[in-house]
Design a protein around this ligand. Structure first.
Ligand code: PFF
Length: 484
């Protein structure tokens, strides 16, 4: 591709373009649907603690690396990594990491549209008076009914697929940026309304305790892996989204500040969603560990039992739908941008083609809830597999590879030049990527594979010692290497 270098790169038009788009990508079903129900399933504060640690120590440095790669390479994950590898005189095979990321984003979207479809269908249900049922069982039956009809569920996920592809098809500035410009402020406003409402629900204290009564000894292996996977999922890492959005970031913007802002907003929204949901659940004596159906079964019933419940149910599900859409567009942008560079077709046409493939695969995820509910491998449906493979394996592994690329493979001077950090900040970022991130991810994997059991309350000093020893060794070796 020699011609593409002469073409002016696409950039966000507005000052807040990147921040809004990246926050839009990060804030999604992961924050409002997945985080609350996972917190419920994994016992509350212990999971929240793992999740927060993973965000700070692993998520933030990796997100910075992805933006650096995107802006330095100015292209899709595959093209950007190829360019960086070339610049660092390394094998272009490293761009495989970009391929995996692109595939991961696409696979997530295949099941994400189904969950987003639930959100849209609940907007419709509140508007058409379809809610207002007497018991959680009745809501369970309603949720079941939505899912058991392949046409209804397929219809809603198709709507999400079409909306996503229309927005992306219109372009980075005209489609993505213009949508996030109004969707993100709208989302924040709706969420703020929800919190105030939840604060008066009567269960606020219990909700706060459930989320924040940290206890190291309650952290299980399962919670560790789930927390790690979720930290990556919620920040949209290792799936091409942030890297591709970073490719449109104008030079001169601080990558570190931007990342901290996006990660902060994402975390605040997840915690706010927890604060909006759990008080309502507790105030109405419900079970926080009811799994993926939490916000579709327990929450609507809770709304019914409260003043102005149906208005707030509408607010909630509109917010959820907006959040889903600003994320779904980011998952497919990497693929579209890659194809735009490597095929003669326009973005509009590519969106139709990619949308079609996406639609076909997503129908299998849809069928996991009805006609294909029995198509299981190792007890998991297609939907479960897509979720499991991407968030438990592809994302953490992709994160590990990103850390290795930034910490060991790519030329440090180029990275430093691009990220614009100096002194302590630069050294801290390098240290996190070279030692902390890989050690933590590998340990959590070993734990998941059953090789040993990680117990943070007793072993934290071991972990610190391993990281310190590796750092000492690594830095001595590289100094020798530089001198020799
Ligand atoms: N961060 C999104 C969420 O929390 O819902 C999910 C996501 C978006 C994952 C974009 C991956 C991605 F590329």
């Amino acid at each position: 591709m020699t011609t593409q270098q002469q073409v002016k790169p696409t950039l966000w038009a507005g000052r807040w373009g990147f921040v809004l788009a990246a926050t839009g990508s990060a804030v999604g079903l992961g924050n409002i649907w997945k985080f609350p129900y996972m917190t419920g399933e994994y016992g509350g504060a212990a999971f929240v603690l793992v999740y927060l640690m993973c965000i700070v120590a692993l998520g933030v440095p990796i997100m910075m690396a992805e933006i650096v790669f995107g802006r330095r390479g100015r292209g899709s994950p595959v093209d950007a990594l190829k360019r960086l590898a070339r610049e660092s005189q390394r094998s272009e095979l490293w761009s495989l990491v970009g391929w995996v990321a692109m595939l991961c984003g696409f696979l997530i979207l295949c099941f994400y549209v189904v969950v987003a479809g639930w959100a849209f269908s609940y907007v419709w249900k509140t508007l058409s008076g379809g809610l207002g049922l007497p018991s959680v069982e009745a809501y369970g039956a309603l949720f079941e009914a939505t899912n058991s009809n392949v046409w209804t569920l397929g219809g809603w996920s198709t709507l999400v697929t079409v909306l996503t592809m229309v927005i992306v098809g219109r372009g980075v500035q005209e489609g993505i940026e213009k949508s996030v410009n109004w969707m993100m402020p709208g989302l924040v406003l709706l969420l703020a309304i929800m919190i105030v409402y939840a604060a008066f629900s009567g269960g606020f204290k219990e909700g706060v305790n459930f989320l924040f009564a940290f206890d190291f000894s309650k952290i299980s292996s399962e919670a560790l892996l789930a927390g790690l996977g979720h930290a990556f999922f919620t920040l949209s890492l290792a799936s091409g989204a942030i890297l591709t959005y970073g490719a449109y970031l104008p030079a001169g913007r601080s990558i570190a500040q931007t990342t901290l802002l996006v990660a902060f907003c994402d975390t605040v929204v997840a915690l706010m969603a927890g604060l909006a949901i759990f008080p309502i659940i507790f105030a109405n004596g419900m079970d926080p560990s009811s799994g993926p159906g939490l916000i579709f079964m327990s929450l609507p019933l809770a709304f019914d039992q409260m003043p102005f419940g149906s208005i707030f149910a509408l607010v909630f599900f509109v917010m959820l739908s907006l959040a889903a859409l600003t994320s779904s567009i980011s998952m497919v942008e990497a693929t579209i941008s890659f194809l735009e560079t490597h095929t003669p077709y326009t973005r509009g046409r590519l969106s139709i083609g990619v949308g079609f493939v996406l639609w076909i695969i997503s129908l299998f995820a849809v069928m996991s809830f009805n006609v294909g509910a029995d198509w299981k491998a190792l007890g998991m449906t297609v939907f479960d597999w897509l979720d499991y493979i991407t968030s438990r394996w592809m994302m953490p592994l992709g994160g590990l590879m990103t850390a290795i690329l930034a910490g060991y493979i790519f030329n440090a001077d180029s990275l430093r030049d691009e990220i614009g950090l100096t002194g302590m900040a630069w050294r801290l970022w390098r240290f996190l990527l070279r030692y902390v991130t890989p050690v933590c991810i590998i340990m959590i994997f070993l734990d998941a594979l059953g090789w040993f059991t990680l117990d943070l309350s007793h072993q934290w000093y071991w972990i610190v010692a391993i990281i310190a020893a590796l750092a000492l060794l690594g830095e001595t070796l590289s100094r020798r290497h530089a001198a020799g």
